[in-house]
Design a protein around this ligand. Sequence first.
Ligand code: ADP
Length: 266
Amino acid sequence: KRQNVLSVQVFPYGENRKLVLSQDITELERTDSMRRDFVANVSHELKTPLTVLSGFLETMRELPLAEDERARYLELMEQQASRMRHIVDDLLVLAKLEGDNKPPSDQLIDMGSVVRHLREDAATLSGERHRITFDVDETLTVKGVETEILSALGNLVINAIRYTPDGGAIHIHWRIVGANAVFSVTDSGFGIPAADIPRLTERFYRVDRSRSRDTGGTGLGLAIVKHVLQRHDAVLDVKSEEGRGSTFTVRFPQQRSIRQQATHAA
Ligand code: ADP
């Protein structure tokens, strides 16, 4: 119905023109409805911790509390405030990425330093809870923005740790495979049902809401990963089996990846 009204009024010339216009309108409506959904989601995500925070404030004002109870309440309130801060921080990162249409710089990233950071962050986050192994080609690097790549790859490592029970294994791989520079994180964690995989990079999409919340997730990590990778012409691939674990693979195209030794020799 929508197609007829618009096409007849605006482009009464030919079938092709009508088709193009109606597609555009559908796209616009889709974007508009996504924006509405997004605003609703953000409001909901922030409202939950805000409600908890207000509840604690009210209790503290109305009830006489012992010193240790007071300390406990303050700690819980801090947790909620910090959850809200993480959501807002991630939203700002996403907004910045979306607003930046320039291709990322052609600077060579110090992948050695990126991998060292990943190693340290993984060790800090996991403690001794997981067996974390690396298989890394130190001479391999990519062109782009180091902070963005660190945050994207870091998100994949953080997720592997978050969604793998204690005692599990995590393997990080960075090598040339075929024509691509390939980064992958394999975990022996909870895994992801096949039906959820295509939706993982949607903002606020979680397979298990309470598990994400309990581990401090915002539901925005993979949306950020997707944007950073898109800007770097890289693609994300997810393979997973419920109860067995997941592999998140990032493939950088040939024109973005470089072997440093080869560059020096040239
Ligand atoms: P979150 O902050 O909730 O981790 P993400 O956008 O990073 O948000 O991930 C979205 C969802 O994808 C997570 O809530 C989790 O359900 C699922 N997920 C991501 N990585 C993994 C993984 N390695 N193993 C199992 N599930 C994962």
